[in-house]
Design a protein around this ligand. Structure first.
Ligand code: ZN
Length: 475
């Protein structure tokens, strides 16, 4: 039997194949369960070295710090750093990359030291170029393992990557992680949706790596082809790139049911790291505190907000030697806990409840009410008869000085023909009024008419004159 063979091999191989280590709850048990005091002391020591390195190697930060009169040698502790170190964001980097492509003055290593080039999946405007050293790729890849391991994935698992090998950093780093874990990788590069299904049936992978929307699309295709994925070899599905199982309970339930498996989620920011592995409780993620130091910033006055309050996630990464990012504002709104962690999984790393709640630069104001598109997504996922193929179209009513949202949505392929499209639109309109308090235009469109992607589904189309398009392109 296969099981016996593997067990025999496990006996003979030392290190992480040791049975007691395989039974550990966490990939790096001591680091993931360290006390807050020790985590902070550790982070500060690393921060001091990082600031020296960055000042010595990055023209971009040296000039910024001189201009802002920030002396990295004068930082007394973490609180002092958060208060005084200049906050940067993607826009700063894009300007300099445009000036001297591909990386300009934001790079810290000679180009011959680079091991990998990546870029954000920008669909409009300029892609953000991301260089990696060999060391960066090792650490970035390992970031994925913390989440996989806590969910139950082990070196004996077989990964199937349902995506094409483009410039997008997210799944390249997952590949580096799978290698570091010691698992077997099966590439789905170049496959059509049907070919993915054939490969899953034939190669019998146990872990599926895909964006949540593509995993659901694959499941829908399987249904139409009469393939039952819930009895396939897949035991875990793991996702990034869009709100997934730790962000939205509705997405989690759909994925778990479609694959008869456990779904998990990682929060990554392409230019930073696979920053936050999923909590095994699947109601949030934990910031990787070996690789980052992070805090929540009040978007209005820039001060640090307390545990449980919503703020922008500002991150310094220790693992991007090629293009360092210090006090980098992701503009992701998070509800974070660093002092007492409410999830109860045992990990002490800073916890983001509900993952990303919205973007500080993406809030829409419709007739005086503030709305985050992610909140609308969550509601749409839960409506029976509606599929996960939808789009929010943002327009501007200049006369009323108001943003407007139109929801375009495809019905579920097998939805009961007795429910007309008009009734479905009514139902969605009604649900949105109840949940958000706003009446929105809803258009039920033919199946297959909305754009599809194997990466992030482009769910927001911003047709407003002063578009916020750039912010939507975050890799
Ligand atoms: Zn947890």
């Amino acid at each position: 039997m296969m099981t016996t063979l593997i067990d025999d091999q496990v006996q003979q191989v030392p290190h992480y194949w040791r049975r007691d280590l395989l039974d550990q709850a966490f990939w790096n048990q001591p680091a993931e369960t360290m006390s807050r005091e020790n985590l902070d002391a550790f982070a500060f020591r690393k921060l001091v070295s990082l600031l020296r390195y960055v000042r010595a190697t990055s023209r971009f930060y040296r000039e910024l710090w001189e201009r802002e009169r920030f002396d990295p040698e004068s930082v007394k502790d973490l609180a002092d750093f958060k208060r005084r170190a200049p906050v940067t964001d993607k826009a700063d980097f894009l300007d300099f990359q445009l000036e001297e492509p591909p990386y300009g003055r934001t790079i810290s290593l000679p180009e011959e030291f680079l091991a990998h080039h990546s870029a954000t999946s920008g669909t409009s405007g300029m892609p953000f170029n991301i260089p990696f050293s060999a060391y960066d790729t090792e650490r970035y890849g390992e970031s994925w393992i913390y989440g996989w391991w806590a969910l139950g994935i082990r070196p004996t698992d077989v990964f199937y990557f349902a995506f094409n090998w483009g410039r997008y950093a997210g799944f390249w780093s997952a590949y580096w992680g799978a290698r570091r874990l010691g698992a077997r990788v099966v590439s789905g590069g170049g496959n059509t949706t049907s070919e993915h299904l054939i490969a899953i049936t034939r190669d019998r992978p146990t872990v599926l790596i895909a964006t949540p929307s593509f995993a659901l699309r694959l499941a829908a295709q399987a249904k139409t082809e009469g393939i039952d994925l819930s009895s396939s070899s897949i035991r875990y599905t793991y996702h990034a790139g869009e709100p997934g199982p730790c962000s939205l309970a509705s997405v989690r339930d759909r994925l778990d049911e479609a694959y008869g498996a456990i779904s998990g989620e990682l929060l990554g920011v392409a230019e930073l790291d696979a920053i936050a592995p999923g909590c095994p409780g699947r109601l949030g993620v934990h910031m990787n505190e070996l690789n980052t130091v992070s805090w929540s910033r009040d978007p209005l006055n820039g001060s640090e907000v307390g545990d449980g309050e919503v703020g922008e996630n500002v991150i310094t990464t220790f693992v991007n030697n090629a293009q360092p990012l210090v006090n980098y504002n992701t503009h992701d709104l998070v509800r974070a806990y660093r002092n007492s962690i409410p999830c109860g999984c045992g990990r002490t790393w800073r916890y983001l409840e509900g993952v990303v709640l919205g973007r500080s630069d993406q809030m829409i104001t419709v007739r005086g009410t503030n709305v985050y598109p992610s909140a609308i997504e969550n509601i749409l996922y839960r409506i029976e008869g509606a599929s996960d193929a939808f789009q929010l179209v943002l327009t501007r009513d200049t006369e009323k000085d108001s943003d407007e949202i139109t929801v375009r949505i495809e019905p579920e392929p097998e939805h009961d023909a007795a429910i007309s499209e008009a009734d479905l639109a009514d139902k969605i309109r009604q649900r949105l009024v109840e949940a958000v308090g706003l009446r929105m235009a809803v258009e039920v469109v033919p199946i297959g008419s909305l754009p599809r992607s194997e990466l992030k589904a482009k769910r927001i189309q911003d047709d407003r004159p002063t578009g916020l398009q750039r912010e939507l392109d975050r890799g």
